[in-house]
Design a protein around this ligand. Structure first.
Ligand SMILES: Cc1cc2nc3c(=O)[nH]c(=O)nc-3n(C[C@H](O)[C@H](O)[C@H](O)COP(=O)(O)OP(=O)(O)OC[C@H]3O[C@@H](n4cnc5c(N)ncnc54)[C@H](O)[C@@H]3O)c2cc1C
Ligand code: SF4
Ligand code: SF4
Length: 434
């Protein structure tokens, strides 16, 4: 398991055993690191802290005008530009495109506004952001902003004390189900009608993947239910199937989109609200700076619906495909669109949708890690908040049931035999329902 975060390409590789989110105590180190970074661990008695991590404040936000060519409205890019302008930092670790391949990430140390702006937009695959750390030291940089995803930030926080910095600020993005550049090719081939045209994509609250084309205008939308799930399992990296830090717990500020209700097909991503989680004092400092631009529009967060039944349904459907107990049956586009419209009306919205996605990923990844490592090692890897979700009344039974299915206990073998003895059509029907 390795998310290619870049640490091992530097001499900090000597610290890999204490820093890597996938070795030894793995992501359970987040518990202690929260204390180190935010002065306290997340409050496991408070539902939103369990889900979103330590925070002082959360809001829906967007910039008007936004940053042209940014992923959404360019909140992340603008923070970095403003911090450079204000002299809060001398340099920003961010991710530009490889000159040979627009979709391939190329981490860099940006010292000017132009270099930061050059890094706008997501390059949707694993990026070795930490590989530039040795250069940060060599250039004598003392005040640094690091932009990155959860696994990178965990490794960074673990070696922070060795970097000789006077100030380190961290702006994180949410991140899940990432993969290597090669896997992105396969994802686009099976998902898009024009794979060569896609620049980036997002899984939106309207139950569709929105794929932005390189022209910056055209957006292709495919309902989740039309994706061939069984062809996509090797597109996601093993590290990301073992990841329990979707919310980037150790950043000062986190910017994402999954917590925001879909504003409708007429509002492009580049004018759509994002959401921000301000975790600590440094986060507040960054956010106050952004407010000072007078381009920031903020609204209180909202939520609607109840996620638990949707989580269980998605988990069982996906896990049965993983186990080979069910085939993924991608729906025709028109039926997928009807289903997406219905779910958008009746499904969880706003922060409740984000919590749906977060709970689902925790449970799915737990089942996969459990099967790969066994209960003891899996438990050693998990942060406390993930254990709390797995053992909650809502999900305990469904997790146990899927584990039993995976272990193909006697009951399931017997059931398999009984089902296979049924006449053809009835057998198919029962298998479909299972
Ligand atoms: C790999 C990845 C996966 C994400 N997955 C989710 C998700 O599942 N749910 C969700 O709500 N939000 C996710 N996000 C966050 C979301 O897509 C936007 O990045 C966020 O809302 C900020 O938008 P913006 O317009 O402010 O960003 P911009 O101003 O356009 O800035 C984007 C920043 O992303 C950085 N970046 C680009 N590529 C990478 C990379 N491969 N790895 C690390 N950093 C990179 C750049 O340095 C740049 O500073 C993800 C982001 C990344 C990078
Ligand atoms: S995830 Fe990072 S720290 Fe862990 S092995 Fe890979 S490169 Fe090294
Ligand atoms: S899903 Fe987790 S492990 Fe994978 S790149 Fe994102 S933060 Fe890293």
């Amino acid at each position: 398991m390795c998310s290619r975060c870049g640490l091992c390409d530097t001499y900090y590789v000597a610290k890999v055993k204490e820093a890597c989110g996938f070795i030894g105590d793995g992501m359970s180190r987040i518990d202690q690191l929260e204390e180190q970074v935010h002065g306290r661990q997340r409050d496991l008695g408070e539902a939103d802290e369990v889900t979103f991590g330590v925070h002082e404040h959360m809001s829906f936000c967007k910039l008007t005008p936004g940053v042209e060519g940014a992923q959404w409205t360019g909140v992340v890019t603008t923070i970095a530009v403003e911090m450079l302008r204000a002299g809060m930092v001398e340099a920003v670790v961010c991710v530009q495109s490889d000159p040979e391949d627009e979709l391939k990430p190329k981490p860099c140390i940006a010292m000017t506004e132009e270099e930061v702006i050059e890094a706008r937009g997501v390059k949707p695959s694993l990026s070795p952001n930490l590989e530039v750390l040795a250069e940060v030291e060599a250039r004598g940089i003392k005040k640094l902003l690091f932009i990155g995803v959860g696994c990178q930030v965990q490794a960074l926080r673990s070696v922070e004390k060795y970097l000789g910095l006077d100030e380190l600020y961290v702006v994180g993005t949410n991140c899940t189900d990432n993969g290597p550049r090669e896997g992105l090719e396969k994802f686009l081939q099976v998902t898009s009608a024009n794979p060569d045209q896609v620049k980036h994509y997002e899984f939106m609250q309207d139950y569709r993947v929105h794929m932005m084309y390189k022209d910056g205008v055209t957006v292709e939308k495919v309902p989740y239910f039309c994706l061939p799930a069984d062809q996509l399992t090797d597109v996601i990296a093993t590290s990301c199937y073992s990841c329990f830090d979707y919310v980037n717990s150790l950043a000062d500020v986190v910017v994402g989109y999954m917590g925001v209700p879909f504003e409708g097909p007429d509002v492009p991503m580049t004018k759509h609200f994002q959401y921000a989680t301000i975790r600590n004092e440094k986060g507040r400092e960054i956010w106050d700076l952004l407010r000072g631009t007078e381009r920031l529009v903020e609204e209180p967060t909202t939520r609607e619906g109840a996620r638990q039944d949707f989580v269980k349904q998605t988990l069982v459907t996906d896990d049965d495909v993983q186990l080979g107990r069910a085939k993924s049956n991608p729906l025709p586009l028109w039926i997928g669109n009807i289903l997406a419209d219905v779910l958008e009306k009746i499904g969880p919205k706003g922060l409740e949708f984000a919590a749906y996605s977060l709970d689902y990923h925790v449970l799915r990844n737990y089942l996969l890690v459990y099967r790969r490592l066994g209960r003891e090692k899996a438990w050693r890897h998990l942060p406390a908040y993930a254990k709390k979700i797995i053992e909650s009344e809502d999900y305990e039974a469904i997790v146990a049931k899927q584990i039993a299915k995976g272990e193909k206990g006697e009951d399931w073998d017997l059931l398999d035999e009984m089902v296979s003895a049924l006449p053809g059509e009835i057998r198919d029907l029962v298998n479909k329902v299972r």
